[in-house]
Design a protein around this ligand. Sequence first.
Ligand code: NOJ
Ligand code: CA
Length: 551
Amino acid sequence: MNTDPTQQTATGWWTEAAIYQIYPRSFADSNGDGIGDLPGITARLDHLVELGVDAVWLSPFYPSPQADAGYDVADYRDVDPLFGTLADADKLIAEARSRGLRVIVDLVPNHTSSAHRWFQEALAAAPGSAQRSRYIFRDGLGPAGDQPPNDWQSVFGGPAWTRTVDPDGQPGQWYLHLFDTGQPDLNWDNPEVHEEFLDVLRFWLDRGVDGFRVDVAHGLIKQANLPDWQEPQEILSGNEIDKPRPPMWDQEGVHEIYRQWRQVLDSYPGERVLVAEAWVEPAERLARYVRPDEMHQAFNFEYLLAAWTAPAQYAVITRSLEATDSVGAPTTWVLSNHDVVRHASRLGLAVGGGRPNGIGIGDPQPDAALGLRRARAATLLMLALPGSAYLFQGEELGLPEHTTMPDEARQDPTWARSGHTQRGRDGCRVPIPWEADAPSYGFGPTDASWLPQPPSWAEYALDRQRDVPGSTYELYRAALRLRRAHGLGRGTLEWLSSGDETLAFRNGDVTVLTNFGEAPVPVPPNAEVLATSAPLTEGTIPTDVTVYLRG
Ligand code: NOJ
Ligand code: CA
């Protein structure tokens, strides 16, 4: 499908990898304080080998006041005591490597924590100082300077500006934070900021990491003069190619930064990678982040957001492949992460009903059985697509969102900042269940869990699913095994049918068929069923089921 014959197609482990996202707070707790940690992860690495993934991506574990669960970094070169020590990070990397697992760490360059030394120095320094020019400080509007410098809103709700208090106690300048007040945006027009992050890259590359997932990669450069933007704030850049782009997202200047970073990564042995978290639409714009001299991959959020219908899935898969082919990069696929409602619940909501930012008590509840059935079908389909696939911890257990979490337990800043209108992301971040009958379902040695685990989660525990035919865990293992054995990640997709009710494509010697319609679809005669997301009925593929076939 490569549309440009002069374009080299990328090769390397990452082009076809299955990459498992670990959210350290919620994966495994070694010391019983209710918060997952690095030694906990190291102790559970064999699970990932048994599952059959190629790499892990770790969400932030750096020193942080945890205003946004660690995406507010106070020191980019250390580990928060909550999660362990730098020695624990080294051990984790070494133990992963000895098992053949690659390790990607999270890099948060759009903003620091307000507790970062730089921001503290900026607060103590005068307007116009070198210390302040590492961030985006401005005088307020109006005679008293008590109006924010522009109308931008924070992604978490409320204004994107906070006024500072000068050392003499008088109200001072304002600073920009596209996210929480505890996450001041850095000024990427300042060369010192560039130097600092080049050094941070080297720090972790020297420790042996295989790459970086780059947080808010589309946000670093803001349009000059920070013009007002009347539209409601979203982390998305705009969904039509000719629509005006918001002045805070997807500005041209970000690409030069990633070209520089790419040179640093390329100067290291091995295949080190950059993965963009860029909420950029459409796919043609996103593809600009993965041109040959920029990042290696970008998360395909358009795929994650696509409706569960044959035409919508056909369109997004086709568009994604065409867009990345045009720049010689592999496509990526993702259905869940720590920022969205888990797909086992999302797909149990009415089709086309929009994208809820969290689900809580009093909200329309997903149909759990339908959601899981569709999630299994969606995952089986996804794992047969060429390119690399990202999995979020717990989805291999079929974990749903915690949709009845008491509001008092919520910790996502979104809930408070949106004036309690958006519940936010806690429901997908609940510590995961390992053993049905252990305290905290084996998450840690005690009952402590930083977010409450629902009482129904025993049934999802790993030890209830291991070696159980038909369990979601065994389905993931089988799919990952087949993906590897048949080279699906490095294969080529050839559509066989794309109707309103079914989708079918061939990838190498595997035919993949998903039935979205109401009528059962007969398995073609002589076809061998390699995998199915739910039992077949009398030789037919029921509704919301994906099968892998051969012959
Ligand atoms: C994207 C991260 O995935 C999310 O969890 C975080 O809140 C924002 N970036 C801000 O860093
Ligand atoms: Ca702990």
